[in-house]
Design a binder for this molecule. Sequence first.
Ligand SMILES: Cc1cc2nc3c(=O)[nH]c(=O)nc-3n(C[C@H](O)[C@H](O)[C@H](O)COP(=O)(O)OP(=O)(O)OC[C@H]3O[C@@H](n4cnc5c(N)ncnc54)[C@H](O)[C@@H]3O)c2cc1C
Length: 106
Amino acid sequence: MELAGFDLRIHESRIRGLTRSLQRYLPTYHPEDFSSIRPWCGLRPCTPDGLPYVGRTRRWPNVIVASGHAMMGVSMAPITGTLVSELVSEETPSVDLSGLTTERFV
Ligand SMILES: Cc1cc2nc3c(=O)[nH]c(=O)nc-3n(C[C@H](O)[C@H](O)[C@H](O)COP(=O)(O)OP(=O)(O)OC[C@H]3O[C@@H](n4cnc5c(N)ncnc54)[C@H](O)[C@@H]3O)c2cc1C
């Protein structure tokens, strides 16, 4: 992962570093095994404070947002799913959502 804003350029040296270091953990792979694969990259959904956005929006209260999980979305999926289901069911969320509002940086 690289903190590069919206810069989607791929640095060959980073790719080389990845394919070389892989061998330490998976010795059957060699850097040349990846030579025919075209590298790609994407943007991670990071928020300025590193916390996700979970909750209804003020402007469109019928919209529920659950995003911005950065590097932890798989780990946080169970709690996020629980919170979304509570919001949809109009129950009190089991976690205080005031620090996760979608409008906190607007
Ligand atoms: C290689 C890799 C390995 C990972 N391994 C793990 C792991 O082991 N454990 C773990 O917990 N997490 C892991 N993650 C992270 C996890 O996949 C993410 O945290 C999770 O997918 C984020 O979910 P999200 O719903 O918050 O955001 P996303 O799934 O990114 O959803 C955001 C959506 O918003 C859309 N969008 C963005 N901007 C706009 C816009 N302006 N208007 C409209 N739509 C927009 C995007 O197209 C996207 O569909 C990994 C991620 C990667 C890439």
